[in-house]
Write a protein that binds this ligand. Structure first.
Ligand code: GLA
Length: 386
């Protein structure tokens, strides 16, 4: 069931003093291709989804934020002037956004808020970015006359992850959540921050996610470790080529040259990232030519790289990828940070029903539960609903 304004408003009214505030929403995201490239200065190809977070907010004339999570039935009060903030992660996102907006000089005041979301948690669809973007967008509207530009709002969300959650993520998720546009994917150059909307309506194909129901934990050190591996290789390359600032500047030949100076593991991680850089560009050409079979081929290559080189897969995701392949699905791969979450599948209309049925059955036989099927609809980015 789709989350609505009324679901949130009724709880806000009930939980606080009976009055209403303003309501804001921000989406989760998918990513067609370009995984673990954002923090390497590369390209990503995300789009917002129609699932997201909705929050009602009303200034309360104090320095306190009173926040109610409708989904978790959890309530907290924290002071905007507190350095430490609440300990529960779902509230730390809000605290972090407030503090980061204050760092930008926004005169944030206390507020009452209730929020809910319908992005599956830990599924690699960026439920956390949806939450951060909702509050960054809302605080900009309520306390800064919308003077803060959208990229800065996305960076507020990213800084929240870095400074309050402990995940050194890139900019993709928050960018996609803030900038999303119904019907379009976006190609973002994470180095220059230039981006372009690509209307995405693959006639004869569907995009569908299969949620493995294995919850990832991005804050777990594995994500940060991957980032560190990339930085190690860049540091080694810099000694030979001082202009290299990120793996975006690297080639396979350069990697071969520094191989003796880096660990085997770091080299393998960098190999994936360099390959992914080329794949995103090849997918752009294929999309412009309407060649979805080529797009799909690249998706499988990405899965292989994420699984065998970047090593962010798990048996469940590899299994779902194999099922897709054996059903003739055009493209399939892990989506998002990995270690669980969803596969994203590009499947032709005529194979869709059989694929879903086969995947459910085979997965249940092997892992004792069915994957959750999520048909992708590309939706809008952060916005005020009322
Ligand atoms: C997570 C991070 C993003 C990005 C992806 C992998 O979603 O938040 O910044 O690195 O993983 O592409």
């Amino acid at each position: 069931m789709k989350l609505t304004v009324d679901d949130v408003r009724s709880r806000f009214v009930e939980h606080f003093d009976g009055t209403t505030g303003s309501v804001y929403a921000s989406p989760g995201r998918i990513n067609l291709i370009g995984e673990h490239t954002d923090y390497n200065g590369g390209f990503v190809f995300p789009g917002a989804v129609t699932q997201g977070v909705i929050a009602e907010i009303k200034p309360n004339g104090t320095r306190k934020v009173r926040a109610y999570s409708i989904d978790l039935k959890d309530y907290v009060e924290f002071s905007l002037d507190d350095e430490k903030g609440p300990s529960a992660t779902h509230f730390r996102f809000i605290f972090g956004v407030c503090r980061e907006m204050m760092k930008l000089g926004v005169p944030v005041e206390g507020f009452n808020t209730a929020f809910a979301g319908d992005v599956p948690l830990g599924a690699g669809m960026s439920s956390s970015a949806a939450l951060e973007s909702t509050y960054a967008f809302a605080l900009n509207d309520l306390f800064a006359d919308n003077k803060i530009d959208k990229f800065t709002l996305a960076k507020v969300g990213q800084a929240t992850e870095h400074n309050y959650i402990g995940c050194n993520c890139g900019i993709m998720d928050q960018f996609a959540s803030v900038f999303g546009k119904a019907g379009s994917l976006m190609r973002l150059d994470c180095r220059s921050l230039e981006f372009k909307y690509f209307p995405f309506d693959p006639k004869g194909y569907k995009l569908v996610l299969l949620n493995s129901q294995v919850k990832h934990d991005l804050a777990s050190s594995a994500y940060n470790d991957r980032r560190k591996s990339c930085e190690n290789v860049v540091a080694a390359m810099k000694k030979h080529w001082p202009n290299v600032d990120s793996l975006r500047d690297a080639t396979y030949d350069m990697l071969d040259e520094v191989r003796p100076e880096v660990s085997e593991e770091d080299a393998l991680r960098a190999k994936y990232v360099i390959g992914e850089k080329y794949r995103v560009l090849e997918v752009c050409v294929a999309l412009e030519e309407g060649d979805y079979e080529e797009v799909g081929k690249k998706m499988y290559e990405t899965h292989y790289g994420l699984s065998k080189e970047y090593e962010v897969s798990c048996p469940e995701l590899d299994f779902l990828n194999d099922v897709a392949h054996s059903c003739g699905v055009t493209g399939s791969r892990i989506m998002g940070g990995g270690f669980g979450g969803c596969t994203i599948n590009l499947v032709s209309d005529d194979l869709y029903a059989n694929f879903i049925e086969t995947a459910k059955k085979a997965y249940k036989e092997k892992f004792g539960k069915e994957p959750i099927v999520i048909d992708v609809v590309i939706g809008d980015g952060s916005r005020k609903l009322c």
